[in-house]
Design a binder for this molecule. Sequence first.
Ligand SMILES: *[C@@H]1O[C@H](CO)[C@@H](O)[C@H](O)[C@H]1NC(C)=O
Length: 369
Amino acid sequence: MSFFSRYKDYAPLRSDASTTKSNSRKYTLLLTVALIAASGILNVVLYSKLSKRWPVPLDNYQHLNVQPIVNEEFLSTIGPLDPSENAIVTSLYTDSYATAIATLGHSLNRVNSSAGRILFYLPEKVSPRALCIATSSGFVPHAIERIPPPHGGRGVYAHFLDQYSKLQLWTLADRGIKGVVYLDADTLVMSNFDELFALPYGFAAVPDVYVDEQGFALAFNAGVLFVRPSRAVFDDMLAKIATASYNAHEAEQSFLNHYFGAEALRLPYVYNANLAIKMRKPELWEDVRREARIMHYTLVKPFLAEMDNSGKTVVEMRGMEANVQNKMSQYGGKFEDELKDWVEIWRETRRTYADAFTQCSSKSASLPS
Ligand SMILES: *[C@@H]1O[C@H](CO)[C@@H](O)[C@H](O)[C@H]1NC(C)=O
């Protein structure tokens, strides 16, 4: 039987009635599908209208709160601190940060900070000249033992390889120190923050800010820390840096976020005024900068040679102003004002400690062998 004859055989079965019936079934099906689709779309539209996803409040920042950040009445109850029990600590791991630390020390003197000053340094990595410069404005040198990154430093960004040494802060308990404010060497103090030493907590820090999609993070930035030193906490942390699970890239910052993640007190952004805020939300930066206690030169470091984030090249004092001037065009000139702030305090530092700096220049600029 040929195909055509078969077709002929079957053809009569397709009566007009059955064609209409199958067509109407098709329409019903189409209508049902269309209704389901329409209802689906309506649901999505309504859901997104009713449950509008707001940006995080900081990305939606408005100048709302105009109250002082620290309660004035409370401030007046804090007398001068005992500098043998309360210390501001920074660290020198490479010569290129020495001038920055001299400037940081002067910025602390300007605001009459009443805490003691301690400079952590790695004796094997710092020249006598750099140590002399860094301590010229009041920091007292304190040699520390380097804490190597776990697993031979695998996965750690090269410029963070010495950063686990920061954990030595907790060993200051052995010297009777009860409160520490740690400042990274790329910070600058704009006004007094003695009130931090009155905190009843063991650990406080400011949340981190990123220019990329991470934005206003929940994790804190380890460039400014309040710490109550404790030998027991130090030993406990050291026992865990190699076994805890965390992103190795950001070294001690990542570890500390895991160790203190649920207990860290969140401090206002003015205690770690990170330049990244200006990129992320200029309205917030206006308020933070006006009230800033501590500026943090994260994205642009005025004192480092251009294109040298590893800090291997030392910018000489006589070339420092020109160096900062060169940096003003970075990020389309966005940080000109902040760089001017730094240069202004640097100029004062250079004038104020001119004699000390002259003495430093006679010291060796090579690393101890
Ligand atoms: C710091 O103390 C000096 C001397 O007591 C005073 O003249 C100056 O105004 C104080 N500076 C600040 C910022 O409080």
